[in-house]
Design a protein around this ligand. Sequence first.
Ligand SMILES: [Ca+2]
Ligand SMILES: [Ca+2]
Ligand SMILES: [Ca+2]
Ligand SMILES: [Ca+2]
Length: 182
Amino acid sequence: MKFTLVAAIAAGALASAANANLFFESENNDTAAAANFLGTYTQPGDSFAVDGRLTVGDVDWFSFSVTHTTQIVAAAFGVPNSLVGDAVMTLLAGDGVTIIAQDDDSGVALFPALEAIVPAGTYYLVMSQYPDFDLDGLNDFTGAPVSQDFRYKIAVGLNIPGPASAALMGVAGLVAVRRRRA
Ligand SMILES: [Ca+2]
Ligand SMILES: [Ca+2]
Ligand SMILES: [Ca+2]
Ligand SMILES: [Ca+2]
C-alpha cells in the first residue's frame, strides 16, 4: 500500500502544478557527463515529468538542481501502461557516483518509486533496466547488455520537507533498501 502511496504523491504533486514541466529524453544520455538537464527549481511544490525509452543496453541519465532543502518524490510508469517493462530508478548526488536512493519495484507493477530529502544542490536521476543496478547498461549477472525495450514516464515532485514527510521518509527508507531477490 505504501508503494502506491509514494507513486500517488508524485502524481498528485504533478497534477496540482499549474505549469508542470514536461521533458523528452535526448540520447545519448548514458553517462553522468551526458545527462539531460531538467532545470533548476526554486519554488516550493515544483514538479516535472520526463518521457523516455529504455532500449537494449540503454541507461538514461537526467540531472536537475534545487536551491533549497527539498523532499524529492519520484515515480516511474510504463507508457502506454505499466504492464511491460521492469525499470530501476536511482537518485545520485552531484558527484554522479554517490547513490542516495535506489529502487526497483516500489511503484506500479515492476516500476520504481523513491523518496529522499536532500540539501540544495545538483542531483542525478537515472533510469535503468532490471537487473542493472550499477548503471552501465549491462546485466549485473551476465554482463550482457540489458535486453528490454519499453517507454516510460517519470513524475517528480519537489516538496518542502516537514515533520510528516520526515516520518514518511522513514517508511520509504525501508522500502528503498528492499531488493528483488532472483
Ligand atoms: Ca533512453
Ligand atoms: Ca540512454
Ligand atoms: Ca523494477
Ligand atoms: Ca550493470
